[in-house]
Write a protein that binds this ligand. Structure first.
Ligand code: CA
Length: 587
């Protein structure tokens, strides 16, 4: 930058362009990497790909780490996919995973076209081969190392190896390293910030599955609650969750939430920007109120939004903010399933969550013959579409419906035999120990959909408040970590929200130029009530406020303001059996 100050503008631009995109890095031959072993990674393929209409010319590397025979007899390895563009911007980008992982990923994030070296990984198991009739893609839960690879060790080793390969290829240091992911990818981002605080200069953790096993317990809780309001059975005889609420009924709930809470942020605009002040009661729609909902429907909503609890009333996860995004397709897709489902229950809570909980997050994992030991009558059938068996899309329902919030929920903290780490040991990401992360100068952006149906914003806010407590205030905490709660947004997008925003651009400005974002500017997509509306999405604990004049469709007429909400005790939402406020040692 100093150079720019001394040179005439056109020359400075030329030189800066050269500095940023094409100076010294002279790669070695791509195929020279073939069969090399670097940082424990074995490279099985290394080829130059010519530029296409979508990708630049780059060296494409495939490799694996830690191949072994699992406890279940299957072969496991952490496979990764690395693309290094010939014209390199001296930066590294890790493209986060999702769901149960098991997909190698394309390493083809848009950052590749901007000159970043990009890596993706399956996190230690392969959905094409590590599969069984009993557990489907959750089969890897039967191998302790594959569990740990999924939790942290796979991404950790891939990041270190891929960075080493990148340095070796360009014969040069990496200037900046970034991570970006949402959902399980967001959890990986938090995991890196807590376990490997020196690997990345900047991390984006979107809608993170923070302490994911606890969220999976909440998925079982929700399934049981909605089963109580279901109006029909599936062809396999289980409650059909998708029949618990029609779209019109969820829209009525959404409208009632708006009526009660929209104005509490100072502006009636279809957005609840102060959810902590929202005191919606679904009873107002029940038999004693407008009569629009049945008693069982009101009971289900109260049970779900109050949060999963054990028999003594202790929280097992967080509750949920009341948000009008409850009526969007992305909400019901997780909680109850689509309007016109296939045979069986197809909600993500019962399929994805339903397979992760018994096989990956329960210790020891369940098996077909054992079923649920506490409830011998409940048997997991099969996760795969096996002809002649009644498992299709409904495999885990009997087990989920019998899931006991005392006996079974505690198994996410259990260790047993060869499974020397509990699910919370290898998946836990709720630590507030950011001393090393802060000391390394790294930056973390967390965003969270206020109407996310699977990872509660309340849980994220509770963690961030703990972080503020630990680091003596908002100002100090915002030196290294900022939280953005997106009103109306479902899981990683969707909902009635200004859900399109450039978190990565904001992160780069923060890391490379020191300008930390006080807000992300969000734009509403076409499937919202107000297409193209813009809003600042404010860094917590500030909230969006209308300045009182100008178009309410334009972010320019809004500011981020501090709000006092003293009547919500967040600590109740973060405590639970086996989980205090101590910082567990993740290693
Ligand atoms: Ca509002």
């Amino acid at each position: 930058m100093k150079l720019k100050d001394r040179l005439p503008a056109p020359l400075a631009l030329l030189l800066l362009g050269a500095t940023a995109y094409s100076h010294a890095a002279t790669p070695i031959a791509c195929n020279a990497l073939l069969n090399q072993s670097i940082e424990g990674a074995t490279i099985s393929s290394a080829v130059i790909n010519q530029a296409t209409s979508t990708l630049p010319e780059h060296c494409e590397v495939l490799g694996s780490i830690g191949q072994h025979t699992g406890a279940d007899g299957q072969t496991y390895a952490v496979k990764f996919h690395l693309r290094m563009p010939t014209t390199w911007n001296e930066r590294f980008y890790y493209q986060g995973g999702g769901g149960l992982d098991g997909n190698l990923g394309g390493a083809d994030a848009p950052q590749l076209g901007q000159g970043y070296a990009v890596v993706s990984t399956d996190s230690g198991h392969d959905n094409a081969t590590n599969i069984s009739a009993v557990a489907g893609n959750a089969e890897f839960g039967f191998d302790p190392q594959a569990r740990i690879d999924y939790g942290y060790d796979g991404p950790g080793r891939v990041a270190q190896a891929a960075k080493a390969i990148t340095r070796a290829y360009y014969r040069q240091k990496i200037r900046y390293s970034y991570f970006e992911g949402c959902s399980e990818g967001g959890r990986e981002g938090l995991m890196f910030s807590q376990r490997y605080p020196d690997i990345f200069d900047g991390i984006i953790a979107g809608n993170p599955g923070m302490d994911l096993p606890k969220a999976a317990v909440a998925e079982a809780w929700d399934t049981q609650a909605f089963a109580g309001a279901a109006r029909a059975l599936t062809p396999f005889g289980n409650p059909d969750l998708a029949t618990s609420f029609t779209p019109a009924e969820l829209s009525a709930v959404s409208d009632a939430i708006l009526k009660e809470c929209d104005a509490k942020d100072g502006l009636v605009d279809g957005i609840v920007s102060n959810p902590e002040a929202c005191r919606f009661d679904p009873q107002t729609l029940g038999p004693q109120g407008s009569g629009f909902l049945s008693g069982p429907q009101v009971t289900a909503l109260k049970k779900v939004f109050g949060g999963a609890k054990d028999s003594k009333g202790r929280a097992l996860y967080a509750g949920w903010f009341w948000d009008p995004g409850i009526a969007a397709p992305g909400w019901r897709a997780w909680k109850i399933g689509p309007v016109f489902p296939g045979p069986g229950n197809t909600s993500l809570n019962t399929t994805l969550g339903g397979s992760a909980l018994p096989f990956v997050f329960t210790t020891p994992p369940n098996s077909q013959t054992a079923g649920n030991p506490g409830y011998p009558g409940t048997v997991i059938t099969t996760a795969g579409p096996v002809p002649g068996l009644p498992g299709l899309n409904d495999a885990f329902m009997p087990w989920l419906l019998s899931f006991n919030m005392d006996v079974d929920a505690s198994k996410i903290y259990a260790r047993s035999g060869i499974f020397s780490r509990s699910a919370m040991d290898f998946m836990g990401t709720g630590s507030t120990d950011y001393r090393r992360f802060r000391a390394s100068g790294s930056k973390l952006i967390v965003y969270s959909g206020q109407a996310d149906p699977v990872f509660s914003s309340k849980y994220h806010v509770g963690w961030y408040r703990d972080l503020i407590d630990r680091f003596d205030g908002v100002r100090e905490t915002q030196q290294f970590a900022r939280l953005f709660v997106v009103p109306g947004m479902n899981h990683c997008g969707g909902g009635y929200a200004t859900s399109q925003f450039d978190a990565f651009g904001a992160l780069v400005k923060w890391v490379e130029h020191g300008h930390g974002p006080t807000a992300l500017i969000g734009t509403a997509p076409a499937d919202t009530p107000w297409p193209a509306r813009t809003r600042p999405i404010c860094a917590y604990p500030t909230q969006t406020r209308y300045v009182g004049h100008g178009s309410i469709e334009d972010a320019a007429n809004f500011v981020c303001a501090s709000v006092r909400n003293n009547d919500w005790d967040h600590q109740d939402d973060r405590d639970g059996p086996g989980r205090g406020h101590d910082d567990r040692d993740h290693r």
